[in-house]
Design a protein around this ligand. Structure first.
Ligand SMILES: C[C@](O)(CO)[C@H](O)COP(=O)(O)OP(=O)(O)OC[C@H]1O[C@@H](n2ccc(N)nc2=O)[C@H](O)[C@@H]1O
Ligand SMILES: Nc1ncnc2c1ncn2[C@@H]1O[C@H](COP(=O)(O)OP(=O)(O)OP(=O)(O)O)[C@@H](O)[C@H]1O
Length: 279
């Protein structure tokens, strides 16, 4: 079975405070976008082996891969083990704040449940997804956008009729999510950088993790400032814990032109794509 595994951006990520369990209480809107991996899952038969292949280097192929974690968690709940083959055709960069690994995990949960004859209902799949990571459950909903609370794993479908032209820019460095959250409490805003919510027809765009991340990665702060000065840009924000910055333009032509200018500004080592939110 082959499934598309889309990336996400966070149109807002408000951090409300640290919880006793060490996670942070958040309010976030996650929107799927037109950049996706392809996840293939094949049921091989009896046994409990998982053969994982991937088209790009640098992605773990052992039990730490979120796709394998999802398969193990599914089988534990469904009460049966099999041998499987997984292939990940990656297009979503890692450490990007785009939820690539989380999206792959959700695709595996969907496919495994299908191939095993749908032993688990959506509520149970959502529970398993939440135990794998805060970003996993949103990809199990069929809506293009979802609102997350709690750790971000309590998701509800969100009305999102906008097909927004986007430019994604990921500099060559990744940012580990745990580090970004750990730095949040004691971090300070940089002078002259916009952190305040950007009021848009689709909501107030803001990301509480910009404060810790920009303190260390000044390039991202400069990139946000530069994006906000470009023609046609309606808003610019970091996605998730970064390192991807995204800008929303008014038209597809503006996002294509901005992608070219951004590649020039950041240099060849940056990953730059023009795409749009899914409707
Ligand atoms: C930054 C976002 O990606 C925005 O969508 C999410 O909040 C994080 O989602 P994720 O990458 O799936 O994160 P998880 O794998 O659940 O957690 C990774 C680590 O980030 C920190 N973490 C994550 C979510 C949260 N609400 N508070 C946290 O403090 C914890 O140290 C956790 O161990
Ligand atoms: N299937 C996978 N695809 C990509 N990375 C994976 C996968 N499984 C495990 N990983 C590891 O998990 C790390 C985080 O995964 P990924 O980068 O896809 O999440 P992310 O883009 O940081 O998402 P977010 O920051 O929004 O939570 C990667 O750096 C990689 O080492």
């Amino acid at each position: 079975m082959e499934l598309s595994s889309p990336a996400k951006i966070n149109l807002w990520l408000r951090i409300l405070g640290r919880r006793p369990d060490g996670f942070h209480e958040v309010e976030t809107r996650l929107c799927k976008i037109g950049i996706a991996d392809t996840v293939s899952l094949e049921l091989l038969g009896t046994g409990n082996s998982v053969a994982l292949t991937c088209n790009v280097p640098g992605i773990p192929l052992d039990e730490s891969n979120l796709a394998i974690k999802a398969l193990r968690a599914f089988e534990q709940r469904a009460g049966k083990t099999h041998s499987w083959r997984i292939h990940l055709e990656k297009r979503i960069p890692s450490g990007a704040g785009l939820g690539g690994g989380s999206s792959n995990a959700a695709a595996i949960l969907r496919a495994a449940n299908e191939l095993a004859g749908q032993p688990l209902e959506l509520g149970t799949l959502l529970e398993i997804a939440g135990s794998i990571g805060a970003d996993v459950p949103c990809f199990l909903l069929d809506t293009p956008a979802a609102d997350g609370t709690g750790r971000g794993e309590q998701v509800t479908p969100a009305e999102f009729p906008w097909k927004l032209p986007l430019v994604l820019i990921k500099p060559a460095f990744p940012i580990p999510t745990p580090w970004a959250y750990k730095q949040w409490k004691d971090s300070q805003e940089l002078p002259g950088v916009l952190y305040a919510p950007q009021i848009c027809p689709w909501g107030e765009m803001v990301n509480g993790l910009e404060r810790p991340v920009f303190e260390k990665y000044r390039l991202l702060a400069a990139l946000k400032t530069w994006l906000l000065e470009q023609k046609g840009v309606q808003a610019a924000l970091m996605s998730g814990s970064g390192s991807t910055m995204f800008a929303i333009t008014r038209t597809g032509a503006e996002s294509a032109a901005l992608a070219e200018a951004a590649q020039q500004w950041c240099g060849e080592t940056a990953w730059v794509r023009a795409t749009e939110t899914l409707v």
